[in-house]
Design a protein around this ligand. Structure first.
Ligand code: ADP
Ligand code: MG
Length: 240
């Protein structure tokens, strides 16, 4: 579904991504782990061109996203993204937050957009919050709404950048549960997280990034249980 070839990203002279090659298969859950500053967010943000790669190729469903002539807006509609900070619109209700893009971008009529939104609210267990404003929600609830909002565009892949890192510990589980349900339904997902238990249980494949490259990848059993690279071993000894 996504194919990344020799992806480089620099800010000025600072090289952040130093040649990333990766393939994401349809239906796969790929978990990206690695130390802070290793380029995980930059990698994720390059996939939908929130960051412009310096060089390299990204293909999404066969289309060359990094081609200058490619219409990135069409691709972004198919790539849902969830951030550490929930980025909900503070002056809109939960329902309005979820229906905004489907109405404005996909030109759905309000009734249809509402129907999809209510269905998603049921999925994330927050149907009763449809008329609440973000400020009235807990962090875990906000993140579940952010996930529902991304899903409302019916994306083909979901990108998560440390979706539980800003949450109080007691709210991490409810968000991971929603993500696990999504994975079970077959959603293709690329997830940056420090939740190693989740990575082990839900991930089909783990990518370990360090200093702008993927230095090790494989099944959770191998990468988390029996890593070969000293830097992976060192990282895991600190987080497990
Ligand atoms: P991670 O998500 O793994 O913590 P990031 O991708 O956020 O890593 O950042 C990797 C490196 O790139 C860091 O050293 C960070 O300071 C640097 N960086 C990120 N964004 C910018 C930017 N807009 N300008 C300059 N440097 C940046
Ligand atoms: Mg990051």
């Amino acid at each position: 579904m996504i194919s990344i070839k020799n992806l480089h990203k620099s800010y000025g002279k600072l090289e952040i991504l130093k040649g990333i090659d990766a393939e994401i298969e349809k239906g796969e859950v790929v978990v990206v782990i690695g130390p802070s500053g290793s380029g995980k967010s930059t990698f994720l943000r390059c996939l939908n061109l929130l960051e412009q790669p310096t060089s390299g190729e990204i293909r999404f469903e066969g289309e060359l996203v990094t081609d200058k002539k490619h219409n990135i807006n069409l691709t972004r509609e198919k790539m849902g993204m969830v951030f550490q900070q929930f980025n909900l619109f503070p002056h809109k209700t939960v329902l309005q937050n979820i229906t905004l893009a489907p109405i404005q971008v996909k030109k759905l009529d309000r009734a249809k957009a509402d129907e999809i939104a209510l269905d998603l609210l049921r999925t994330v267990g927050l149907e009763d919050k449809k008329n609440a404003y973000p400020a009235q929600l807990s962090g875990g609830q906000k993140q579940r709404i952010a996930i529902a909002r991304a899903l409302a565009m019916q994306p083909h892949v979901m990108l998560f950048d440390e979706p539980t890192s800003a949450l109080d510990p007691e709210m991490v589980g409810e968000v991971l549960d929603v993500m696990k349900k999504l994975a079970e339904k077959g959603m293709t997902m690329v997830i940056v997280t420090h939740e190693m238990g989740f990575a082990r249980e839900v991930g089909d494949r783990i990518l370990f990034m360090d200093q702008g490259t993927i230095i090790e990848q494989g099944t959770p059993e191998v990468v988390l249980g029996n890593p070969t690279h000293p830097r992976t071993q060192d990282f895991l000894s600190k987080v497990l």
